[in-house]
Design a protein around this ligand. Structure first.
Ligand SMILES: CC(C)(COP(=O)(O)OP(=O)(O)OC[C@H]1O[C@@H](n2cnc3c(N)ncnc32)[C@H](O)[C@@H]1OP(=O)(O)O)[C@@H](O)C(=O)NCCC(=O)NCCS
Length: 186
């Protein structure tokens, strides 16, 4: 997939127009602000330390190379010309290569208007191109919005790692959900 490829546009529930496209180099500074703002707000994600521009350059270079070589699916949501969120699916290795692991996050101020739902839909449409048949993801037990989104999209809880997350001194269960794309499409 070529960086910047546009997939589709839609109107979010608050009326804003959203473009779904592949990531591109010019997302670098927005992505850096984004990950650091998620850390600052204490979002329910695994990353807990802010990153530097240098590290973000390496990270994005690897992402774009994986994207161009069809090793991952990555979809950016853009509003008014700026990056507002990202979903990614990458296959596991070897005999689990038909299982893709999904991660998604949106900037504060762009949540709860259906953008996450459309990002997930787009990722699910594209994942089979990489041979992915099942999507797996983890969510913090405390993340009610994330859980609602995944369950609404047809993901089912298949496991739980009790106390699998340690956030600000408190243990939280790590919930594992999956969706079999073949079953949902047949
Ligand atoms: C989780 C996240 C990706 C969801 O994306 P989103 O665009 O906000 O999701 P949507 O608007 O498409 O759907 C969210 C659903 O949760 C519901 N919801 C919101 N807050 C809720 C709560 N506290 N309890 C239950 N449901 C809730 C919304 O009403 C909506 O359901 P609906 O469409 O039936 O009304 C986004 O909010 C986000 O990035 N959060 C911060 C980072 C994060 O948690 N990332 C995921 C890590 S697993």
């Amino acid at each position: 997939m070529k960086p910047g490829t546009i997939f589709r546009k839609f109107q979010a529930r608050d009326g804003r127009m959203v473009t779904l496209r592949a990531p591109q180099w010019s997302d670098l500074d927005d992505m850096l602000d984004f990950i650091n703002s998620l850390v600052d707000e204490g979002a329910d994600i695994l990353v807990d330390t802010k990153t530097t521009r240098e590290k973000e350059v390496d990270w994005l270079a690897r992402k774009l190379s994986s994207l161009e070589n069809e090793r991952i699916v990555a979809v950016v949501a853009e509003v008014d010309g700026s990056f507002v969120g990202l979903v990614e699916v990458g296959p596991k290795m070897g005999r689990s290569r038909h299982v893709g692991v999904l991660g998604i996050s949106l900037k504060d101020g762009y949540r709860d208007v259906g953008i996450g739902t459309e990002l997930m839909r787009e990722a699910e449409n594209q994942a089979p191109r990489l041979g992915i048949e099942i999507i797996a993801l983890d969510v913090f037990a405390s993340n009610a919005r994330g859980r609602r989104l995944y369950e609404k999209m047809g993901y089912r809880v298949v496991g739980r790692i009790p106390r699998g997350i340690l956030k600000e001194g408190e243990y939280i269960d790590d919930i594992i959900l999956t969706k079999d794309l073949k079953k949902h499409n047949s």
